[in-house]
Write a protein that binds this ligand. Structure first.
Ligand code: PMV
Length: 327
């Protein structure tokens, strides 16, 4: 019996990925940049087995729920076949546990596919570099490519070989999770991206401006310029929600409470507590601040959260294998 367990954390983009250049290979239309979190982990065990099966948070998944995971296992089996491994013809059982809310803009697909890439490749006997694991995770969910990387990542646009994530230096910072809703989102990011690319008239400008802003972000990170990093991150998040809202029919991920959080963040700035906001394809907001202000920011945003808790998050570790005792 060949078995491996991996742990991965979500990442939150400071320069967002929204739109693909290639649907099958999941190649992004532009590069992006993110912070890997140190909480809301996914832990996944892959065991070679008689049949393919997938359990998520203790619930056995049917055909629909398991299809993306099984398609990903097929990809890993193809890699194993190319490498001449006799595991290539075996099925596998996948057991995943998410510590954060699933499919509500908390990037659970990123931690999910990053953990699956590491656990499945190891269970099937493949020995892959971080770069190749990032390329593999990308095929499950684009943003998962960045969860292979410690702390801060840039995911390059390019072809199948050159589109991977790698670590970049960045100023130390904290993120405060402001969950305003934990339900499943109405439009998946996969569908939302296609709708935006095909119906939003602002999409071409979104792609070219993302390429430009990514260069500026990498420079700001290198200079350890927290203010510029924060300004770029908030602006770019708002541009993403704008290009999405301009789809036909319109798609809106932010809720009235999300906007209240952004207003509160602006008020914090006016009060001299430098804080910026970002949000993915869902209503939950992440506040970005300097580590020394993290507790105050959490305190000031707590009443807008669903459960009265605004967790302080710090840069975390990329996806990695864990021993049996870590489960
Ligand atoms: O990896 P996906 O297909 O779930 O797309 C994620 C897209 C955003 O979270 C909205 C932005 C990003 O860069 O993570």
């Amino acid at each position: 019996m060949t078995q491996a367990t991996a742990r991965a954390y979500p990442n939150i983009a400071l320069v967002k990925y929204w739109g693909k250049a290639n649907e099958d290979l999941i190649l992004p239309a532009a590069g992006s940049m993110s912070m890997t979190l140190d909480d809301f982990a996914t832990t996944t065990t892959v065991t070679l087995d008689e049949t393919d099966s997938f359990s998520l948070n203790g619930a056995e998944q049917g055909e629909a729920g398991a299809s993306r995971v099984i398609a990903f296992l097929d990809l890993v089996r193809n890699f194993a076949r190319t490498a001449g491994l006799d595991t290539a013809d075996q099925n596998a059982r996948v057991v995943s546990v998410n510590e954060g809310p699933t499919a509500a803009g908390m990037a659970s697909s990123a931690s999910g596919f990053a953990a699956l890439a590491v656990a499945a490749s190891s269970a099937y006997g493949l020995e892959l570099s971080i770069r190749d694991l990032s390329r593999l995770a990308r095929r499950g969910s684009g943003s998962a490519s960045r969860s292979l990387v410690d702390r801060f990542a840039v995911w390059h646009a390019g072809d199948d070989q050159s589109s991977y994530a790698e670590e970049i230096p960045a100023p130390d910072m904290a993120m405060i999770a402001v969950p305003v809703a934990t339900g499943q989102k109405a439009v998946s990011s996969r569908k939302g991206m296609v709708a935006t690319a095909t119906t939003s008239p602002f999409y071409p400008a979104w792609v070219t401006s993302t390429e430009e802003i990514l260069k500026e972000m990498i420079g700001a990170c290198k200079d350890s310029d927290f203010t510029l990093v924060g300004e770029i991150a908030e602006t770019h998040a708002m541009r993403m929600h704008a290009v999405i809202a301009a789809s036909r029919p319109s798609i809106r991920y932010l809720s009235p409470t999300s906007l209240e959080v952004f207003d509160r963040i602006a008020q914090l700035r006016a009060d001299g507590i430098e804080t910026y906001g970002t949000a993915d394809a869902g209503p939950n907001v992440f506040a970005i601040t300097r580590p020394e202000h993290a507790e105050v920011v959490s305190e000031r945003l707590r009443d807008l959260t669903k459960d009265g808790e605004a967790k302080v998050l710090r840069p975390g570790r990329g996806a990695h294998l864990v021993g049996d005792d870590a489960l």
